[in-house]
Write a protein that binds this ligand. Sequence first.
Ligand SMILES: Cc1ncc(COP(=O)(O)O)c(C=O)c1O
Length: 438
Amino acid sequence: MNESRPSSMASFWMPFTNNRDYKTDPRLLVSAEGMYYRDVDGRRILDGTAGLWCVPCGHAQPLITEAIATMAGQLDFAPTFQMGHPAAFDLAEDLMAFSGHKFSHVFYTSSGSEAVDTALKMALAYHKARGEGGRTRLIGRERSYHGVGFGGLTVGGIGPNRKQFGPLLPGADHLPHTHNLLKNAFSRGEPDFGVELADELERLVALHDASTIAAVIIEPVSGSTGVLVPPKGYLKRLREICDRHGILLIFDEVITGFGRLGTPFAADYFGVEPDLMTTAKGITNGAVPMGAVFSKRHIHDAFMDAPAGIELFHGYTYSGHPLACAAAQATLRVFREQGVMDNARAIQPYFEDALHALRGLPHVIDLRSIGIVAGIELEPIPAKPGARGYSALKKAFADGILIRTTGDIIALSPPLILERRHVDELFGKLATLLNNLD
Ligand SMILES: Cc1ncc(COP(=O)(O)O)c(C=O)c1O
């Protein structure tokens, strides 16, 4: 194991990173176990973000690491184009069971971005297969994050992520975001105000005509943009409007899937069923890259009426990679056998109270929470948006906690196995940090 500093940092062009600044003062993680990372100096770093929202069962989970090692020795790779291997089929059945059989089929990808682009392509192809090929318009939402493929960027709504890369796909449109600090600040769970923002979809239907709209894609809870929780009744109303106009509803559950809200999926938490659901991250506990699109039967079956032959001209070399399948099967086993979601639900009120105890500390203009997700919005430094958040990220790491920031918003999403002592450590250190932040 390489636990020493790299000989050079020159060649790695780091993703979503201020490369020049990072390399002057690098933060290097060398090992991880349970709720903690260890850095290159041997310091323990409490993981307040489950890596990047992707380690619900805690790091180095023994069942998962063992399953990966065993599969690596047995079947390092197998194609899934006109070919297959047992774990890919077995996992699909396990995933359907984990979803409570609300979905009937699953399509594997290697990441959340690929899952999003796959779901968007499925939506377009579904309408074509049913003779409604005019439905080509994709509707996203302002401030949403759907990964970095051209499809996901097109429906995504975070300005800086889009502006270097246009033009994006034609014909898309966006719903307004639901963030409203004036009316909803310091909410616990779903905020009271904003259900009527779902009616904006009716406005887009009136503008473009339903016959041009293929799908609406929504993060049930937005994460990467800084934790935006849907207003009460909002998702249900979107579902109703989609149904009224034959528009598919896609939930992007890349961060909310696999227990983050104490339920298998956010769809379960909110009691709203999408037609397609994109997942990734927690599906393998982050240990091997994998994404998956869950499909309702009517979507899948629309493709099966075509003349014999390949039904969907889409797939990735690593769709259903054996190591990912092994990791995902073991992850589901940990969920089943070790009460991961029970723990998330049990500790949620304690986690939420600890978050809201930060109210009144310097710079804090909002605290919001749902499941094991928390957002702390800080007042930006005038004319320097993002500077305070970035400074908080660096200070937190120096103090031994890993947090994630988007602009001036801190997002917390620790592994779901956390205990009260971890909550105390995380929010205790954050309180000290906020009291000492410029
Ligand atoms: C909601 C959502 N969709 C898609 C993605 C993209 O996933 P990936 O980074 O695995 O491509 C993310 C990543 O954070 C996400 O939060």
